[in-house]
Design a protein around this ligand. Sequence first.
Ligand SMILES: Cc1cc2nc3c(=O)[nH]c(=O)nc-3n(C[C@H](O)[C@H](O)[C@H](O)COP(=O)(O)OP(=O)(O)OC[C@H]3O[C@@H](n4cnc5c(N)ncnc54)[C@H](O)[C@@H]3O)c2cc1C
Length: 160
Amino acid sequence: MSFHVRRKDREITDPAEMRQVLLNTKYVTVALCMQDEPYLVSLSHGYDQAKNCIYFHCAPEGKKLAYAKANSKVWGQAVLDFGVTEECDYAYTSVHFKGTLSLISDLAEKQHAMEVLVRQVSLNPEEKLAKLKLEKLDRTTMGRIDVTYMSGKKHQSPKA
Ligand SMILES: Cc1cc2nc3c(=O)[nH]c(=O)nc-3n(C[C@H](O)[C@H](O)[C@H](O)COP(=O)(O)OP(=O)(O)OC[C@H]3O[C@@H](n4cnc5c(N)ncnc54)[C@H](O)[C@@H]3O)c2cc1C
């Protein structure tokens, strides 16, 4: 079954505009499913535009990793929230994405992933990255979601 954004006037069709949402949000919310049981987590993220993937870090164990191990397919959302408009509408731009979640074992990729993540979520990334220790990073669990599909929708004040 195939679905599309029903409100064509609100649909974002330009992939570059969708990518901007993933680049300008601090976290994504990711839905997982295992044996017909749903689960959902928010994850601070860094979006790598060139690789079209989302990087995150997390604890080495727990429910979301058990779910991801059982079923690596995820659905997610990133939202730019503009709040209530003067017309009492709610203004937002959001992107839905589908992807495959995997853990990163290669240290060089972990380093790249951490750089992408810190640059996106931190106010002073270079200071934070200068303190990064490779031995500690090697022990840090980092994951990647390879994005295979995106849809976008915006609902903004006509005055915006
Ligand atoms: C803005 C934001 C950014 C975040 N960034 C990250 C990140 O970068 N990396 C990361 O690992 N996590 C992040 N979190 C936390 C994340 O959303 C999950 O809470 C966490 O990853 C849960 O991991 P788990 O499934 O292994 O937890 P577990 O402890 O294994 O979960 C067990 C049970 O605890 C409950 N639970 C777990 N998390 C929550 C929760 N947040 N609220 C209420 N109940 C909960 C659920 O009932 C779940 O069934 C972020 C949360 C927010 C709101």
